[in-house]
Structure formats: structure tokens, C-alpha cells
Design a protein around this ligand. Structure first.
Ligand SMILES: Nc1nc2c(ncn2[C@@H]2O[C@H](COP(=O)(O)OP(=O)(O)O[C@H]3O[C@H](CO)[C@@H](O)[C@H](O)[C@@H]3O)[C@@H](O)[C@H]2O)c(=O)[nH]1
Ligand SMILES: [Mg+2]
Length: 190
């Protein structure tokens, strides 16, 4: 790994949809002291997400869907997000195009990689590749809505960009990847 860190063992706690492991490691502090630590890590693979923007009308196309963890944390469970999905072994650019089509029905144009983020680096191995893409009436292929047989029920929500940005400030948009992409678009035109 690195000369600061030695992985001693990784004990599999749960292998189901994702994999939860308890990792034992030796961490050498700057002082030279070596400390044995245990950390639980959840691995469900990496992901990709895309903000769809229509520059002519200055709108964005988001998706609203049920998310269990916010509900368990005492928040509203229907989150407004950019379209996104897990990689399923694909390259991020391929996966994000597939997810955009499944979830929004659009085959976006001029897709551009923005940055990669660790969504929760203390607990998850997941790295999310963020993209910006353009949509309009010519990129529409079908109604979208996600895959019902996988338990998805996705509502498409089109908003004026300024309204979506305001919603990141008043708590109506709380998903990190969505906030980052909306702020990226705002910075780009500032
Ligand atoms: N059987 C089973 N299926 C699951 C489980 N967890 C999720 N799924 C299913 O796996 C699929 C995941 O859908 P994707 O569109 O590929 O991923 P996503 O959930 O949209 O993930 C994106 O958004 C998340 C929330 O912000 C992000 O956490 C993630 O990184 C990614 O960006 C969905 O059909 C969902 O129902 C589980 O524990 N068991
Ligand atoms: Mg998804």
C-alpha cells in the first residue's frame, strides 16, 4: 500500500448486494508511532452521474426517487438528484450514458467529464465520476423512469437552472453529487 500503512487483514462481515469488511491496519503517525486500527468499509463498486442542461431554455433535468437511508436518518425519502448509477463493470462514460437513457429517456450531447469525487470516503470505496451533458427535444428517445423490475420508480423533474440552484441553498436539494454539478455549472458561467 504506502509505507505509512500496512493492511494486516480484511475480515468479510457481510457479502450480499454489497460487501462489508472489517479491515485491520497498522497506521504510522508522523511522530513515528505505529497504531493498529480497525475500520469497517462498504464496497458496492463505483458510480457515475450526469447533470443534463438545456442551454437554450436554461433548464436542467433531474430525477426524483425513493432513497431509504435518508428516511432512516429522519429526512424526507424522495430525493431530487442528477441521473446516476453504478458502473456494472463499465467505464464511467459508458455507464453514465446508459443511466441517463434509462432514467431520463435522453441520449445527451456534448458530454463532458467534470471531476471525480469520493461520496463518503470514511466508509465507502465508491468513487463517483461526474459529467455534464446537454439535452433538448432532439435527444429524447423514450419516456425514461428507470427499471421497474429493479424496484426503481423515477419521476422526471425539469427546473429552471436558477430555481434548481436556489433549491441547493434552501434544503430542497440535499444530494451531494447534484449540488456539486449545479454549483459547477454556476461557476462555469460566473
Ligand atoms: N437487491 C438490491 N438492490 C439494490 C440494493 N441497493 C440498491 N439496489 C438497486 O440497485 C440499483 C442501483 O441503481 P443505479 O441507478 O445503478 O444506482 P443509484 O442508486 O442511482 O446510485 C447513484 O446514486 C446514489 C445515491 O446518491 C449514489 O450513492 C451512487 O453513488 C450513485 O451515484 C437500483 O435498481 C436499486 O434498487 C440492495 O441492497 N439490494
Ligand atoms: Mg440511478
Amino acid at each position: 500500500m504506502t509505507d505509512r500503512i500496512s493492511i494486516i487483514s480484511a475480515k468479510l462481515l457481510v457479502k450480499n448486494w454489497g460487501t462489508l469488511s472489517n479491515v485491520t491496519l497498522d497506521y504510522r503517525h508522523k511522530s513515528g508511532t505505529v497504531q493498529r486500527l480497525e475500520r469497517e468499509v462498504y464496497d458496492h463498486g463505483s458510480a457515475a452521474a450526469m447533470l443534463l442542461h438545456d442551454p437554450a431554455r436554461d433548464t436542467v433535468l433531474l430525477v426524483r426517487q425513493f432513497r431509504l437511508p435518508p428516511l432512516l436518518n429522519g429526512d424526507a425519502p424522495d430525493l431530487l438528484e442528477v441521473c446516476a448509477g453504478l458502473l456494472d463493470g463499465e467505464a464511467p462514460a459508458i455507464a453514465v450514458a446508459r443511466e441517463a437513457l434509462e432514467e431520463t429517456g435522453h441520449d445527451p450531447m456534448d458530454v463532458r467529464h467534470v471531476c471525480d469525487i469520493y461520496s463518503c470516503p470514511g466508509s465507502l470505496t465508491e468513487k463517483v465520476s461526474l459529467f455534464l451533458g446537454l439535452y433538448d427535444q432532439d435527444t429524447l428517445r423514450h419516456a425514461g423512469g428507470g427499471l421497474e423490475h429493479e424496484g426503481e420508480e423515477i419521476e422526471l423533474v425539469e427546473l429552471d437552472f436558477s430555481q434548481a440552484l436556489a433549491m441547493t441553498r434552501d434544503g430542497r436539494i440535499v444530494d451531494a453529487k447534484t449540488i456539486i454539478l449545479l454549483q459547477h455549472l454556476a461557476l462555469q458561467r460566473a
